[in-house]
Design a protein around this ligand. Structure first.
Ligand code: 5AD
Ligand code: SF4
Length: 444
């Protein structure tokens, strides 16, 4: 049977989890489009539905599982519908859900290492109508080079490193994504160049579970700062962002590059996880809170207008009221521009799942609510710092109004400016703040 069997058929990809998954789904959409299929919004009607799953927390898993199960009825009446489940949840060994037995109506279940083979799996399934279950321990070939179908026309994600060697005790990622593997420099360079010079992208976001580890597994004595510097030699009007960084590998060199390279966006996502050094040690984060404060101080000294965001886990096993208060103290002190806070979620197979001093859900709930309430108050104050400051912004149009997007993603409305249908970078000064909304003018 030839590839054309899928020609004219429809598909829908449902994505859970982080930017890595969002980008992987762009590759999945590329693979399905290359079979001649068309994307539609309605998962009930689509001929092929792919669930790209996440298992970083129980909530994400439950959501995916329930949504897959919801398709069972439709599959019963539409026997030709093909359902595919891939991503972190299928790769998990001892998870809450054993997908193979719990989802017998799913036609193809593959893991995180063989998504590049999706077209072949579909073709084989179409020929044999035999259920496919294939989870690999290691990647068999690179998914890089697969043509992506990107939603966002301004920002493009680019993978630079896969996997993670850090083994934070709460985290399932190293088990489902494998060891760190950097992409060759030349490949990344060519992809970024094409996105900027041929496809008009203005922001490039380099992706990895831990981008600062980039190059450690390559022969070429490459580092992440060197990669960034090299990518900045690409000609064009664009900026580079990156995520996620780990405080341990965050070098002074990198701060220098961020400060000195106009093409590196002045924004950073630096997960702290906890304000307590005791908790950080049990999380196996390899830094204490002093080290974190020190990085923030150096960053703000070098780049005063930098936008900072972080991840925080509340209710990690053994987290005392005192530890939690240290996290509150941290967020009061640092005044992040954005915080992503999560209740600790027990992940089967990780060391922390075996810790005996698990925290009661009620306490976790109370703590996260307290943290979010405090964060709201801090945010009211933090936004004031934008007043009368000038930011390098991408000028775009949103709902008919010209808007400047800062490196950190903040929108500054420019009501006096007539947008000329071109996205470009310009300096915008904030002149007014009302109801959390910034407005300003373009300055020469
Ligand atoms: N429970 C809660 N949050 C978690 N994260 C990772 N694993 C867990 C877990 N088991 C959070 C961390 C990480 C972010 C992507 O997800 O804060 O930085
Ligand atoms: Fe998970 Fe830690 Fe690796 Fe991040 S650095 S993916 S939190 S193990």
């Amino acid at each position: 049977m030839s590839i054309t069997n899928f020609e004219g058929k429809t598909f829908n990809v449902v994505t859970y989890g982080c930017q890595m998954n969002v980008h992987e789904s762009e590759k999945i959409r590329g693979i399905l489009s290359s079979l001649g299929m068309m994307e539609i919004d309605d998962i009930n009607k689509a001929n092929v539905v792919v669930f790209n799953t996440c298992c970083v927390r129980e909530g994400a898993e439950d959501r995916a599982y329930n949504n897959i199960v919801a398709l069972k009825k439709i599959k019963a009446t539409d026997k030709d519908k093909i359902i595919v489940v891939c991503g972190c949840m299928s790769q998990q060994k001892n998870g809450k859900y054993n997908l193979k037995t719990k989802l017998p109506f799913v036609d193809i279940i593959i893991g995180t290492h063989n998504i590049n083979q999706l077209a072949n799996y579909l073709i084989t399934f179409n020929e044999t109508h035999k259920r496919i279950y294939d989870i690999l321990e290691e990647p068999n070939a690179s998914v890089d080079g697969v043509k992506c179908v990107r939603d966002d026309k301004t920002n493009a994600y680019v993978n630079i490193i896969y996997g993670c060697n850090k083994f934070c005790t709460y985290c399932i990622v190293p088990y489902v994504r494998g060891r760190e593997k950097s992409r060759p420099v030349k490949e990344i360079y060519d992809e970024v160049k094409d996105l900027v010079q041929n496809q008009g992208y203005k922001f490039i976001t380099l992706l990895g579970q831990n981008v600062n580890s980039y190059g450690k597994d390559l022969d070429e004595k490459m580092t992440f700062s060197k990669l960034l510097t090299y990518l900045c030699t690409i000609e064009g009007d664009f900026k580079i962002k990156f995520m996620t960084s780990h405080p341990v590998d965050f070098s002074d060199d990198l701060i220098k590059v961020m400060k000195n390279e106009p093409k590196v966006a002045k924004t950073l996502h630096l997960p702290v996880q906890s304000g307590s050094s005791k908790v950080l040690a049990r999380m196996n984060r390899h830094y204490d809170i002093k080290h974190y404060y020190h990085i923030i101080k150096k960053l703000r000294r070098a780049i005063p207008n930098i936008t900072l965001s972080t991840d925080i886990i509340v209710g990690f096993p053994g987290e005392s009221e005192k530890d939690f208060n240290q996290t509150l103290k941290l967020i009061k002190k640092v005044k992040f521009d954005q915080i992503f806070a999560f209740m600790y979620s027990k992940r089967s197979g990780t060391p922390a799942a075996e810790f005996e001093d698990q925290i009661d859900d009620k306490i976790k709930n109370a703590r996260i609510n307290k943290l979010l309430r405090l964060e709201k108050i801090i945010q009211k104050d933090t936004i004031k710092k934008y007043f009368n400051k000038t930011y390098d912004c991408l000028i775009k149009q949103i709902n008919g109004v010209a808007v400047g997007i800062t490196d950190g993603g903040k929108e500054i409305y420019i009501p006096t400016y007539r947008y000329n249908n071109q996205n470009y970078f310009a300096k915008v000064r904030v002149e007014d703040i009302r109801n959390h909304k910034l407005s300003g003018v373009i300055v020469k």
